[in-house]
Design a protein around this ligand. Structure first.
Ligand SMILES: [Cu+2]
Ligand SMILES: [Zn+2]
Length: 193
């Protein structure tokens, strides 16, 4: 019995360590000129993977935002990122689609009047930072794409959300570059208000 408790204890410690190591992944988001306009954070969440975004220099209003299938951001149109990330072939686009939705579909990003996003959060169900079918690092990773217009949540294949205006590569082991960090500034400014 004591041995069993000891083993369970070891398991808990091991799984805690593993969760720590993979718990947060941060990336830069770049515009079509490859200027860094924001950052995205991916965190293990009880419901899946929580995506948090801060950004600046965007047009006010709603913008479609999705995870796309290839971790490749080639400007100016970012077509290199491929279609929406879908881990089941028969899924349609859109959080409101009856046969939906792609695992990479998310709610619209709301940009405030000054062009910033101080806080955006969305939990992607069935996604994970660990290995497996729902892993955001599977097949080399994914890309986060922001579109010029609003995602209507139901039109195929992309919610008629317009062109791809910003992109961030999600690749295991490759974290966001140091230095320029507009996201932190956005957070600071929000706190000061
Ligand atoms: Cu998209
Ligand atoms: Zn989609």
């Amino acid at each position: 019995m004591r041995k069993l408790i000891f083993l369970i204890g070891i398991l808990i410690i091991l799984s805690a360590c593993q969760a720590d190591a993979e718990a947060v992944h941060e990336i830069d988001i770049k515009n079509q000129d490859l200027d860094i306009i924001g950052k995205a954070k991916f965190q293990t969440d009880p419901g899946g993977v929580k995506v948090s975004v801060t950004a600046e220099g965007l047009t006010p209003g709603f913008h479609g935002i999705h995870l796309h299938e290839f971790p490749k951001c080639e400007p100016p149109n970012f077509e290199s990122a491929g279609n929406h990330w879908s881990n089941e072939a028969d899924k349609k686009h859109g959080l409101m689609h009856p046969e939906g939705h792609h695992i990479g579909d998310m709610t619209n990003l709301e940009v405030s009047g000054d062009g910033t996003v101080a806080k955006y959060e969305y939990v992607i169900e069935d996604a994970t930072l660990q290995d497996g079918n729902g892993s955001i690092f599977k097949d080399g990773g994914k890309a986060l794409i922001i579109h010029s217009g609003q995602d209507d949540g139901v039109s195929q294949p992309s919610g008629e959300s317009g062109e791809r205006i910003a992109c961030g590569e999600i690749i295991k082991g490759e974290e966001r570059s140091q230095g320029q960090n507009p996201g932190d500034q956005v957070e600071k400014e929000a706190e000061e208000k």
